[in-house]
Design a protein around this ligand. Structure first.
Ligand code: ADP
Ligand code: X15
Length: 400
């Protein structure tokens, strides 16, 4: 696959209108942005382009409006947070196409930054309609995509534009693609994947893809129960998708034929209530009481997971090992995350993690900054782990 172009391939940006697709789909409460991580991630691209004299025109979606204006999903709400992160003024246009956009762009000087209104206020965005793509493209000389977390969408601003304008990956997109390449593309072996979280049903494609690619697959969290039950273990009242026993068995068969070790818990922390501080005990995985549920993997399982992490050259992680939001059922996730962080800091491991709850879990363990790469993407990261082609990425590889 040919490489994609980056900002390094751009020269003489002075006065050029650069359409930059960013992901500003950030959490907001009472009109205030509560987590600016995604804005912080795209800041380097915006500032680099502005400092090189470009007119930086930001394109983004916010929420899921139904193809028309909706004041509660106006990107105008996000402007103060973007200005705070960039420490620059950011102008705002009340539409991403038409007179409002073109007049605001006409007022720009080299180095200025302009945010256009939510692209999803137009039906043509999600439908990737050629007419709408052309309207967007008319406002730019170049296109930069820095929104990996929206790259699983084949929308006008994430995919269509790259067919109309010279297209480049922004710095965050570049870092993400380079990290993912190291994670599963051309990883240094042995590669270990940790997959946890609540249910197998949401991650069947992901598990099926991983067993073909990694040397060991650690299965934790609620989904481990489905695998244990499929193997004949009585999991008591634990979260378990009994109807997926055949799927779980098939994944284990596929793993065996691909020489991928499946690592399941050998002990668990059980409780009778799903709440913080619930009375709990560690039991052997073959001795789960009938009236109890496993809410975390036990200490022997953590030791086994950490052994695999120690042996690994590459680690890919999605999903917590237990119900980490409620203490003390965060212990296994925290212990494994800290061990992975230590191995990474010692230069022995490339660690790549992603997914909404996974990022919260790593933050909770205080190690998100110590991983080689933590993706802010949820859906896009999962689709990448499933081995699917992401339209917004594929088009950059084939960009003119
Ligand atoms: N043993 C368990 N029993 C019930 N829920 C669990 C268990 N282990 C993990 N979970 C839950 O799984 C959820 C995260 O799963 P998921 O959404 O699939 O992860 P991610 O967002 O990282 O992909 C968390 O809310 C966590 O509490
Ligand atoms: O927040 C996003 O998704 P994510 O939470 O799965 O990472 C992206 O901005 C994509 O948004 P969408 O799922 O409405 O297309």
């Amino acid at each position: 696959m040919a490489a994609f172009k980056t900002l390094d391939d751009l020269s003489d940006l002075s006065g050029k209108r650069v359409l930059v697709r960013v992901d500003l789909n950030v959490p907001v409460s009472d009109g205030k942005v509560t987590d600016s991580t995604r804005i912080e991630r795209v800041a380097p691209t915006i500032l680099e382009l502005a400092d090189k004299g470009a007119k930086v025109i930001l394109l983004a979606h916010f929420g899921r409006p139904k193809g028309g204006p909706d004041a509660s999903m106006s990107l105008g709400l996000i402007v103060p947070a973007v200005e705070a992160v960039l420490d620059r003024s950011v102008a705002f246009a009340s539409d991403c196409v038409g007179a409002a956009a073109s007049e605001a762009i006409a007022r720009m000087n080299a180095g200025d930054i302009l945010l256009l209104e939510n692209t999803r206020f137009h039906k043509g965005e999600e439908k990737n309609e050629p007419g709408f793509v052309a309207e967007l493209a008319a406002n730019g000389d170049l296109y930069v995509n820095d929104a990996f977390s929206a790259a699983h969408r084949a929308h006008a601003s994430t995919e269509g534009l790259a067919h109309h304008l010279p297209a480049y990956a922004g710095r965050t997109m570049q870092a993400e693609l380079e990290a993912l390449e190291k994670g599963l593309g051309k990883p240094v072996r042995p590669v270990v994947a940790i997959v946890g979280g609540a249910k197998v049903s949401t991650k069947i494609d992901l598990l099926s893809n991983l067993v073909k690619k990694v040397d060991a697959l650690v299965i934790g969290g609620g989904m481990a129960n489905t695998f244990l039950a499929a193997r004949g273990t009585d999991v008591g009242k634990s979260l378990c998708e009994h109807d997926l026993a055949a799927t779980a068995k098939q994944i284990m068969i596929d793993a065996a034929s691909a020489n991928c070790a499946i690592v399941l818990p050998v002990d668990g922390v059980v409780a009778r209530e799903f709440k913080a501080g619930a009375a709990n005990e560690v039991v052997d995985i073959n001795a789960i009481p009938a009236d109890a549920m496993v809410l975390d993997v036990g200490p022997k399982s953590v030791a086994a997971v950490n052994d695999w992490i120690s042996k690994a050259a590459t680690l890919v992680w999605n999903g917590p090992l237990g119900a980490f939001e409620i203490e003390p059922f965060d212990k296994a996730t925290v212990a494994a995350a800290r061990h992975a962080a230590d191995c990474t800091k010692a230069g022995k491991l490339t660690s790549v993690a992603g997914g909404g709850d996974t990022v919260s879990a790593l933050n909770h363990a205080g190690v998100a900054d110590d991983f080689s790469y933590v993706s802010t993407a949820g859906g896009a990261f999962l689709e990448w782990m499933e081995g699917k082609e992401l339209p917004g990425v594929a088009v950059l590889y084939g960009a003119r």
